[in-house]
Each structure stands twice: as C-alpha cells, then as structure tokens.
Design a protein around this ligand. Structure first.
Ligand code: BES
Ligand code: MN
Ligand code: ZN
Length: 502
C-alpha cells in the first residue's frame, strides 16, 4: 500500500475514488466545491434531495459524476467546520474505511487538506493523522497457522495538497507517519501473539533481529538469568525463576548518525511479562488470558526503537525489554520472601502478583550504567490504574517538571491521553515494611500511586517518568487486541526533543 502527497487536478485524475468533505448544513469544502463546479453543479443539485447534511458519520457514494474522470466520489460528512479535531477526524475515517471495505476500490485520492484540525502546523498534523488512521482501521490480527484471504488494503492512496507550498511539510509529515505506523504495527503484532509463542526468549530473538535489520545504528545485548544473578538482580530473577521459560533482558542500543543531541542518553524500559499468572498469589481464571498483554510496555519500546531506526533520528536511545514470565511452581518465589535488589535495598514480598515493580526496580538500577539523561518506564503495572483512569487514559508519573511538560505537550499533540498522578511522600508509608526496606504492595488504596512510589525509590539518580498503561494498551471484547499505545506519544516526545530539526 503506497501513500503519496501530491497537488492534483482533481477532475482529471483517473482513479477509483476521490474522497471529499461536506461540512454541516451542506457547506461544501473547497475540494467539493471545485468538483461541483467542474460537474456543472451536480453535487449541489444532489444535496437538495436531503440525503446528506454534512454530519459526522454520514457518507454517500456518487458514481459517474459528469465531467469527472474518477469512477467514484465519496462525499463525507465532516460536522461543524470550526469544530473538526483530530479525534473527530478519526471518527470520520472509521466511517470512510468501513464504507470502502465494502467496495472494490483500490486507488484513492483523499482531498482533505482544507480541513483545519490544528491552527499551527495544520498540514503536518492532518497528513500524519490521516495516514495513521487509515492504517489503524485496516489493521487485522494475523491468525496463527491459518491461511487467510489477503488483508484488505489499497494499492495507492494519494493525499491531495491544495497549496503547492505546503507539499514540503506534507512530505515530511508522511515520512514521520509511515515510520510511526511501522512502529505501531510492530508493537501490535508482537503484543497480540499468544504467550506460548511469545515468551521471554522469543522477545530477545526479536530484539536481536533489530541489529540485523539496522546494522549501522542498532546493537543488542541479551542478558540471561545467570548474568542477572551475577549482577545482583535478585528481584527480577525471583519473579522469572518459577517458570520453565526463563527471563531474558534485551538491551537495545540505538545511536543515530550525526548525533546533534550532545549524546544525551534516553532510556526506555518496557515491562515484558509475556504472561502474568500472578504466581503463587494466583489470579482468578476469568480474563487471566489477557495477561499475555502484560508485555505491552516491552512491545511499545520495541515499536518505538523501530520508528527511531526507520527515521534514523540523531538521538542516543537505550531500549530495554524486561522479558519475564510469572508462574506458580515449586521453584517460584513466595509471599513472605525477602529479596535483596540490585540496588542493595530489600523488599518483603507480600503478593507475588505485584511482580512488575520487582522486575522494573532492578532494571531501573541496571540502567544507571548508561548515565542516562532521561529514563522512561512503560508498564501494564496496576489494575488500580484502570480503576482510577479507565481505558482511555494512561497514568503518568514523574520526578521532573520538564518531563511533565514535554509529555503533556506530546499527549495533546497525539491525542494519546495521559494524566499525571502524584508521588507525595504520604504514599511511601503504605509500602513500608517491618523487616525490609519496602514491601511490594500497599494497603489496597491508591494502588497505581503506591506502585509508582515503589519504583521512584529506584529512580533517584536521574530524571524519570513512568507510564502505567494497564488500561490503554489493549482492548477486550469484540474488537479485542493490542492498541499500539503509547507508541505515538513516545515517538512524539522523541521528535520534540529534536526541536523540529527533523
Ligand atoms: N499486570 C498486572 C496489572 C494489571 C491487571 C494490568 C489487570 C491490567 C489489568 C500486575 O502485575 C498486577 O497483577 N498488579 C496487581 C497488584 C496488586 C497485587 C497490588 C493488581 O493490580 O491487582
Ligand atoms: Mn501481576
Ligand atoms: Zn503484571
């Protein structure tokens, strides 16, 4: 499927379908108005029939429009002209793709560049959003060992740019969007795999493959359990040792050519529980299968590295996939155990299902060796975060105000919603222990925060942010599957660190 940006002669393009917009109260967009004039008022005469008003959700397919070379025109409701936002545009594309899936259309011209979704940098955000939305609605989970008829896709999608002087920025936007999409699709694909296929070893294979795909920029080091033991990563090892599928930590080192960012290292750590049964503190059976998605953080880091490598961004990034499986067994760690972490601090295990923080605390200590400027961990850490913020918003925590602002900005730009929660010292009391430095669970109240507070004790040496994506990384129900979040948010954060030079 090819995407292009171009300045077209809309009426003369021999294509399968031109998509144009209609604002509410039957107000034609510039492109619609142009085609209306070319066709001798065909569209306005049709509007008089009253079948479409221009509301979001409405679409109407026109065939054999006079003096128009395209086989079809898809007229799409855009709602109120001043009110089109990125999320409304997404809704609009959901309807467009639904409609086009029922046709044999292969080649498309989408003429939407007059829509205003963002007052500054409109063309950039418009082209990027449209490209990502089309891919998102065409995405399908690959079935295992099943010969499926080919995924629905188009041959070529041309995004028409009305103003020629906007072509340059549109091309840059398309380049970014395609790289981000490659990242998102990689994240979804690996995250959707079943846990008997995608285990910690498999994650490390996928990481290793990145150094083959991007030999100039990516080096991968895989740390196995014996090496973890030597490093003193006893908390991480304790979680993983109860399973036959032993833990592997993949350290992906990306460094861009002509690095202009003074070698400031950004570390991204992804919780990679390829399955979380809860261990000895076993989870209820209902929905336990969803715990194959407990590696969503690692999947996101994997996708972000791919995006960065595709664009060859001039940054230094270390991506860590903290692969591990939490299972009950005679070799499992138990409630009551006291673990000495890599930092030297001790933890009393009160619940083996609070395993993510045990894995992550050792990785947070491990990454100190890179003298990072910024460390961001991404984790499906707590069910409590889903209770607090629901399924549309990720929990966000940080010890640094610059990161707070940068993430707020990136979140607004990408509509990948986050909400900052506090790390007040009052919460630390909940994870105190009488026999160790910390316990691994609080008292049940503010569970997303106490988990983040636990991590903050191991992230004191650098600027740190934590994203709890337990509610946002996958969907249950009929359209179940990985969402690819928060890949675009993280990509945007990284792009913004380059001050628009890229
Ligand atoms: N991976 C889970 C968190 C989770 C649960 C994410 C449900 C998404 C949906 C995590 O390892 C976990 O089990 N957390 C416990 C912590 C508790 C024992 C303090 C939880 O949230 O119940
Ligand atoms: Mn758990
Ligand atoms: Zn977990």
């Amino acid at each position: 499927m090819k995407f292009l940006v171009k300045n077209c002669f809309l009426d003369k393009e021999k294509t399968d379908c031109i998509i144009i917009g209609l604002f509410d109260s039957c107000k034609l967009s510039i492109s619609a108005n142009y085609l209306d004039k070319c066709s001798g008022g065909y569209i306005t005469s049709l509007l008089k029939l009253g079948d479409i008003k221009g509301e979001v959700g409405e679409t109407i397919m026109l065939y054999n429009v006079p003096r128009i070379f395209s086989k079809r025109i898809l007229l799409v409701g855009l709602g109120k002209e001043s009110k089109v936002t990125r999320s409304i545009l997404k809704e609009i594309f959901k309807n467009i793709i639904k409609k086009l899936k029922k046709t044999s259309v292969k080649n498309i011209i989408c003429s939407f560049s007059e829509i205003d979704i963002n007052s500054e940098n409109n063309i950039y955000w418009l082209i990027r959003s449209i490209t990502l939305f089309i891919h998102e609605y065409l995405y399908r989970i690959t079935k295992i060992n099943h010969v499926l008829k080919k995924n629905i896709h188009f041959n070529a999608i041309i995004l028409n740019i009305l103003k020629e002087n906007e072509l340059f920025i549109a091309k840059k936007s398309l380049k970014h969007a395609l790289a981000i999409n490659t990242g998102i699709v990689s994240t979804k694909n690996i995250n959707n795999l079943p846990p008997n296929i995608c285990n910690p070893l498999y994650l490390s294979y996928k990481a290793k493959k990145l150094s083959k795909k991007y030999p100039e920029n990516v080096i991968v080091e895989v740390i196995n359990m014996e090496q973890m033991k030597k490093l003193g990563m006893n908390a991480y090892v304790s979680v993983g040792d109860g399973s036959k599928n032993k833990p592997f930590m993949s350290v992906i080192k990306y460094s861009g050519n002509n690095n202009t960012s003074n070698d400031k290292t950004i570390v991204l750590i992804g919780k990679g529980l390829t399955f979380d049964s809860g261990g000895i503190s076993i989870k209820p059976a209902l929905n336990m299968h969803e715990m194959k998605y407990d590696m969503s953080g690692a999947a996101a880091v994997y996708g972000v590295i791919i995006m960065v490598a595709e664009l060859k961004l001039p940054l230094t990034i270390i991506g860590v996939l903290a692969g591990c499986e939490n299972m009950p067994g005679s070799n499992s760690f138990r409630p009551g155990d006291v673990l000495t972490t890599m930092s030297g601090k001790t933890v009393e295990v009160l619940n083996t299902d609070a395993e993510g923080r045990l894995v992550l605390c050792d990785v947070l200590t491990y990454v100190e060796r890179f003298s990072p400027n910024v460390v961001i961990d991404i984790a499906t850490l707590t069910g409590a975060c889903v209770i607090a913020l629901g399924e549309s918003v990720s929990g966000f925590f940080t010890n640094n105000e610059y990161l707070a602002n940068e993430f707020k900005k990136s979140s607004k730009e990408t509509d990948d919603k986050i909400w900052r929660l506090p790390l007040f010292s009052e919460y630390q009391k909940q994870i105190s222990s009488s026999i160790a430095d910390f316990s691994n669970v609080g008292n049940g109240k503010a569970g997303a925060i106490t988990a983040a507070c636990f991590l903050s004790n191991f992230a004191k040496k650098y600027n740190w942010a934590h994203l709890d994506i337990a509610g946002t990384a996958w969907k249950s129900g009929t359209d179940k599957g990985a969402t690819g979040r928060p890949v675009e948010l993280l990509c945007q954060f990284l792009l913004n660190q380059l001050n628009n030079i890229y």
